[in-house]
Structure formats: C-alpha cells, structure tokens
Design a protein around this ligand. Structure first.
Ligand SMILES: Nc1ncnc2c1ncn2[C@@H]1O[C@H](COP(=O)(O)OP(=O)(O)OP(=O)(O)O)[C@@H](O)[C@H]1O
Ligand SMILES: [Mg+2]
Length: 221
C-alpha cells in the first residue's frame, strides 16, 4: 500500500456554518496504480490532490503514506516526505517567477542533494525530452500558458518521484502535446512503476488510467 485516507473531512467556517470541501473520503492507493479523479468544477478535486500531496491540511480523519501517519507529522517532516517522494503538477503551474526555466527544473534536484554535474545532465535531458531547449534561459512570464504547463510537468518528473500528482496536467496543451504527456505518464507507470493520480475533465485522458474516482460536492460517488 502506498497511501490510505480514512474518513477525511476538510471544512471552512463561513458565517457560523461549516462548508465541507471534503466529506468522509476513504481511499486506498497501491503502488503502481494510475488513477484519474473526475468531477464538476468545485467538487473538491484540487483540494483532494493537495491533501494527498501534503500541501494542505485536513480537519478530521487519518492519512497514512508509506509508513508514516501524515496527520501526526510536523510540518517540516511532511515537507521532507513531499520532496522525497512526490512530483506535483499544479493546475496553475506555480513556477518560480524569478527563476529561468532551467533553474525551475533544477529546484527539485537541489532539494534532493544531487551534485552539480548530475543536475546539469538531468535538466538537459528534461529540456530535450520536453522540446523546450530553446526556452531554457527564459522566465515563466516569457512563455505561453502551454509552455509553462510543459515546464510544470517536466519539473514534477525531474527528480524521479515515486508518486506523481497531476492537477489537469494537459489543460492548456494542444491535443498532440496532451497525448504525448499521457503517453509519457503511461510509460512511467508501466515501465518504472510510478504511481500516478491525475485530475482530468477529459474522458480520453482518464482512459489512460486504470481506475476513476468521481467527486461531487466533496464526496466520493
Ligand atoms: N480556502 C478555501 N476557503 C473557502 N472555500 C474554498 C477554499 N478552498 C477551496 N474552496 C472551495 O472548495 C470547493 C472545491 O474547490 P476545488 O479547487 O478543490 O475544486 P475543483 O474540483 O478542483 O474545481 P476545478 O475543476 O474548477 O479546478 C470550491 O467550491 C472552492 O470554492
Ligand atoms: Mg481544481
């Protein structure tokens, strides 16, 4: 078992009322699974992915990741788990604005303490694989939305994560680029055993996975 959510609730208080963002979510994910999360806008897909990625807390329930009880961990320990095991593709890219494409890609490798020469080689390979060599010295603001998304996907994969969490990773890509990214995910999943959880609105993308989780109003349906 890679991870397990037990009775997870997340809410915000508004005008004396609890508004539930996640409601009684139970989920077990085995290593090597490829899961798609679907559901209408506002149903809690990003919230769920952020909780699984340890980027967001929750109010009730238990979360076990590998051999750790995430709900009892200190912030710093959680952050270390994230850096060690997770590659996250954000819905809105979250690239660092004052770093170049090359420097953005290097970031996860710095956290993992790769040597300078290794970092250079891995980043060069990523730039090549994603067809963005010509963009390496540009800043995110100098890229199109689709190009930023590609950099976001490349950054999530660069440090060989055990788990890829991808929030609409192809939302801004053309159909050919989307298919290339899905093929790449499929290859990482099948050949390298990487576990993938992706949020998608596309039936076509969801079909690359082996299981679909549907959300509605913060609940699994
Ligand atoms: N910090 C917050 N405070 C109040 N409401 C929030 C907060 N974060 C999220 N929400 C609400 O929780 C609901 C779920 O949001 P979420 O971003 O998870 O939806 P989503 O399924 O990812 O939608 P989309 O497909 O549009 O990306 C939304 O109604 C959103 O407004
Ligand atoms: Mg979302």
């Amino acid at each position: 078992m890679l991870l397990q959510l037990n009775n997870i609730f997340k809410w915000v208080n508004s005008g004396g009322q609890r508004i539930f963002l996640l409601k009684d979510i139970n989920l077990e994910v085995e290593e090597g699974e490829f899961i798609s999360v679907m559901g209408p806008s506002g149903s809690g897909k990003s919230t769920l992915l952020n909780v699984i990625g340890m980027l967001d807390t929750f109010d009730e329930g238990e979360y076990n990741f590998l051999h750790e009880s995430v709900h009892t961990l200190k912030e710093k320990h959680r952050a270390n788990l994230y850096k060690e095991y997770i590659g996250f593709v954000f819905q809105s890219y979250h690239l660092l604005d004052d770093l170049t494409v090359k420097e953005n890609l290097e970031m996860p490798l710095l956290y993992k303490k790769f040597k300078g020469s290794e970092r250079k080689a891995i980043v060069a390979d990523m730039l090549d694989r994603f067809n963005i060599v010509g963009k390496k010295d540009l800043f995110p603001s100098q890229l199109s939305g689709g190009q930023q998304q590609l950099v976001g996907v490349a950054r999530a994969l660069v440090a060989n994560p055990k788990l890829i969490l991808a929030d609409e990773p192809t939302g801004n890509l053309n159909s050919q680029q989307s298919e290339e990214i899905m093929q790449l995910f499929k290859k990482l999943n099948e050949e390298d055993g990487v576990t993938i959880i992706q949020v998608t609105h596309s039936e076509q993308n969801a079909a690359y996975g082996s299981r679909i989780i549907n959300l509605l109003d913060g609940r699994k349906v």
